[in-house]
Design a protein around this ligand. Sequence first.
Ligand code: TYD
Length: 209
Amino acid sequence: METRGKFIVFEGTDGSGKSTQMKSLMKYLTEGGVKCVMTREPTESPFGALLRSCLTGRVEADEHTIAALFAADRLDHIRNPHDGILKLLEEGVSVLCDRYYLSSFAYNGGFVSLDWVIDLNTPAMQMLRPDLVVYLDVPPEEGMERVSRRGVTDRYETLSKQRRIRDNYFAAFSRFPEENVAIIKSEEKKERTQENIRRVVAKLYGWQA
Ligand code: TYD
């Protein structure tokens, strides 16, 4: 029987460098003989596409609807019989995921009741908890600077919102101490950040550092 894959989630405020670091980790794991895939939320599914339309304002929706859509998109991401995360893990594939339910607590929980957002995500929490959450920590000022260099900003990308989102993340880590979170400083030198991520991930796979 295949050994179950590992589910590794990346979290962080905007401009924390998740996608760069995920790509580099993917390379490391693949070279180490691990079968793995990268995925993200909102997903590429029709549910994720609808969500993106809501986030850009092309489809008008209130914050409750958006929070519920995130939870629905997540359930499909977990359970889709074709390419859902549970199926991949059972096939022995490790899954690197850009954002998961902690994003809902940090982002959506700032707009509507956090307890309600937690309730919406309780099924996902019961079905699939990450083996590891890599939280890339960037000072909000620096994250905003990186984001503005990219040129596109979304509705959460103001300094005061980013500060609040970061606080919400840390409140969620205290509220759910059972989550296996590694807080890793997102350094100016990307290679150093990656080394720190690899150290934690190597431990998860039982490899020598
Ligand atoms: P992001 O990873 O920043 O995507 P991109 O790099 O394409 O901009 O995520 C998109 C936005 O969705 C981001 O502002 C955070 C938000 N979000 C939520 O509000 N709740 C959630 O549950 C998730 C997964 C994301």
